[in-house]
Ligand binder design. Structure first.
Ligand code: CA
Length: 699
């Protein structure tokens, strides 16, 4: 019966004229939650719900979902982004912000624009590689960001650049991996970098027609001797101690930015401290505003309105940079304009977005740094020892957070939020950190706290799941357990389906009310991006970028993520588009590859050199090549690299930049002795792992 109804609907649509109405993508269109044809913004529209009203693909018809077309992306690597769908055209930014327009019905490439990010990236290649999470669209103009901090406006029809603006000081260790946000003729962008240098976070709004700066707001105060930019910085400075400005302070807004049309305000999810350890950054204590907060700014002027700080005096990398979702909730019989937020720290927050007042907060994951949130003060109740005052402390969550940038979604129909949750603890310890003379790094990794990142992350010690969460009751309604962690963001539809991809390469649809898995497909490679849905000529499509990557994969990857075989350049990246009745064969993207460590019998590891090499590895190599020299798939596994095992070839690549065109940075500051020490560390790791593998094979 239902199939008949569907066929009838399709026949009706096909008889309509092919030309579609041209959508004027302005504040009205971006505020419209009822249209489902287009996916106009990162979170679909201003509300950031990632909820689509489309119902053609639903809990019954989903079993007929099949691949309609695929677009191989052989030059891409990390694909983290949310494509946009506007009037039958898909726009997406891939690795290095290479941007493409594609016919949404057929997958035919319409144009491609490469901002030459590798050439512009400079020292940034050392710390934050090809990641880019998306783009923005406003009245025929696309806006993209690049790792080196450029904001570039493109003609959506041709892909030709209209203007380009440098949003950061390129001498600072700042980068941009996030998506720009458009509203009322302005485009807003933040930046990242708290781990890699003396970073002071800020956001900037530019006029979309000219690229001229409209306003800028700093997240943390600078040196009081230089004067404060505005009253909010003066207020914030009272919550800092010592000489924090020397370290930048941090607070970088690298992901969560929401425009709230009902209050004409920008809601920012602010970053963690730079460095992470408050004892270094602000030795006399203090809340350190506006770190780890939701801050509301007037959208026209950038003036501070209100804030709510999720982690006062943060010291664990618990940034609040996760997405901020607008929702109208009925709370205690009262209609409330709320915002929903599930930051790294493991608590789910519901705030009144008219004034920033905390309405409720509960744990949605394993948390042991705080026992709860005091509703009188709005502050977390920290447990003793959580600030690793007395040495090693095992803390949940670790710096990867209970939820990171992988988007959550909210269905106003079911009233549930769909969160990719993860439970990855870390052992915090700062006994070896020089508190007095601590120096910020410069395009290297240093956080003022030791977390054993020199070691491999073994598999099966972490936990993750997809959860359906009731934000009114602040309770879990269902939970689907998932392997390891770093599973991708979610989307929910009025067809009561939650779509999500994950680290195993499975792309699945779950019943939005129960979590029952109704459909799934193996795409042959790990998934890091969230899906979107749209409609062309009466047919609903679901699109997904497939390209395992992102900083978490590399930094904390280890065996936990390398076990799946998504090794560097082993699988061809894809844009996949599904529809009911889709009959295209799933592309053969390449088999899983598990790099084999090279352990030459004649290489004698010098323990002292290996220890020194480990320190160099942590600050220089780990961000891309993985914890414990086990690559998660973001960059080659050095234990298995023939090139790395040859001193001359290693010198040519690591110090002289022979592979810079592929994105491998140059480290002119590393001496022959440093390279030798790195070799000893990697060979030690390779030998240890080869020995362990041989022992395991004997069992
Ligand atoms: Ca951080």
């Amino acid at each position: 019966m239902r199939r008949f109804a569907l066929c009838a609907a399709l026949a009706l649509v096909v008889s309509l004229p092919a030309a579609q109405a041209q959508t004027v993508v302005d504040a009205k269109a971006l505020g419209d939650q009822t249209q489902g044809r287009n996916w106009l913004a990162y979170g679909r529209n201003f509300h950031e719900q990632r909820f689509s009203p489309l119902t053609q693909i639903n809990t019954e018809s989903v079993k007929q979902l099949g691949l309609e077309w695929n677009m191989p992306l052989p030059r891409d690597h990390s694909l983290l982004g949310t494509p946009l769908a506007v009037d039958g055209v898909l726009y997406f930014s891939g690795s290095w912000s290479v941007t493409r327009a594609v016919d949404a019905k057929t997958g035919k490439l319409l144009w491609e624009y490469a901002p030459k990010s590798i050439e512009h990236a400079g020292e940034r290649l050392r710390v934050m590689w090809d990641s880019n999470r998306g783009l923005a669209y406003w009245k025929g103009t696309l806006v993209i960001c690049t790792i080196d901090g450029r904001l570039i406006a493109l003609d959506a029809k041709t892909g030709k650049p209209r203007w380009s603006t440098q949003t950061t000081d390129t001498s600072k260790a700042l980068y941009v991996s996030g998506h720009p946000k458009v509203f009322r003729g302005l485009v807003l962008i933040g930046n990242g970098g708290t781990e890699f240098g003396a970073a002071r976070g800020y956001v900037s709004a530019y006029h979309i027609t000219s690229g001229k700066l409209a306003w800028r707001w700093y997240v943390v105060p600078g040196n009081p001797a230089d004067g404060f930019e505005d009253a909010s910085m003066e207020m914030a400075a009272k919550t800092w101690t010592g000489e924090w400005w020397k370290f930048g302070g941090g607070g970088n807004v690298w992901n969560g930015i929401t425009y709230d049309p009902e209050f004409n305000q920008i809601l920012l999810g602010t970053g963690n401290g730079s460095p992470w350890n408050r004892k270094v950054r602000s030795p006399g204590g203090g809340d350190n505003l506006f770190l780890c907060s939701i801050v509301a700014l007037d959208a026209d002027t950038g003036k501070y309105k209100w804030h709510y700080q999720t982690v006062p005096g943060e010291t664990w990398d618990y940034n609040s940079s996760m997405d901020i979702v607008l929702a109208d909730l009925e709370l205690k019989g009262k209609k409330t304009k709320a915002l929903l937020h599930a930051p790294k720290n493991g608590f789910f927050y519901v705030l009144d977005r008219s004034n920033g007042k905390l309405l409720s907060a509960e744990k949605f994951a394993q948390v042991n740094w705080a026992t709860g949130i005091d509703m009188k003060t709005g502050r977390p109740i920290e447990r003793e020892g959580a600030r690793y005052e007395d040495g090693e402390e095992l803390i949940y969550p670790g710096p990867l957070g209970a939820h990171s940038w992988h988007a959550m979604s909210y269905s106003p129909k079911t009233g549930l939020v769909y969160i990719p949750k993860q439970e990855v603890p870390a052992v915090f310890n700062d006994k070896s950190v020089k508190m007095v003379d601590w120096r910020s790094p410069y395009f290297a990794t240093s956080m003022g706290v030791d977390m054993g990142l020199g070691h491999d992350v073994p598999k099966d010690v972490t936990n993750s799941s997809l959860i359906g969460w009731d934000p009114v009751k602040q309770a879990k309604v269902w939970e689907v357990s998932q392997p390891e962690y770093w599973n991708a963001g979610t989307m929910v539809t009025a067809g009561d389906l939650v779509f999500q991809g994950g680290v195993t390469g499975e792309f699945a649809a779950y019943h939005a009310l129960t979590g029952a898995k109704l459909w799934s497909v193996n795409v042959g490679s790990g998934i890091s991006a969230p899906p979107i849905t749209y409609e062309v000529d009466g047919r609903q499509y679901v699109s997904l970028l497939v390209g395992f990557g992102g900083a978490g994969v590399s930094m904390a990857g280890g065996t936990a993520l390398s076990q799946f075989g998504w090794a560097y350049r082993a699988q061809t990246r894809q844009l996949l588009t599904f529809a009911l009745g889709g009959k295209t064969k799933m592309p053969d993207v390449g088999a899983p590859v598990r790099p084999k460590p090279i352990a030459p019998a004649d290489f004698k590891v010098d323990a002292t050199l290996a220890t020194r090499g480990q320190e160099l590895y942590l600050s220089h190599c780990m961000m891309c090549h993985g914890a414990g020299a086990v690559a998660g798939g973001y960059a080659p596994d050095l234990r298995a690299s023939v090139l790395f095992a040859q001193p001359e070839a290693m010198k040519a690549v690591v110090r002289n930049g022979a592979k810079m065109p592929l994105g491998m940075p140059r480290f002119v500051d590393l001496t022959d002795g440093d390279l030798d020490a790195l070799q000893h560390f990697v060979r030690k790791r390779a030998a240890d792992d080869a020995k362990a593998a041989a022992a395991a094979a004997k069992k």
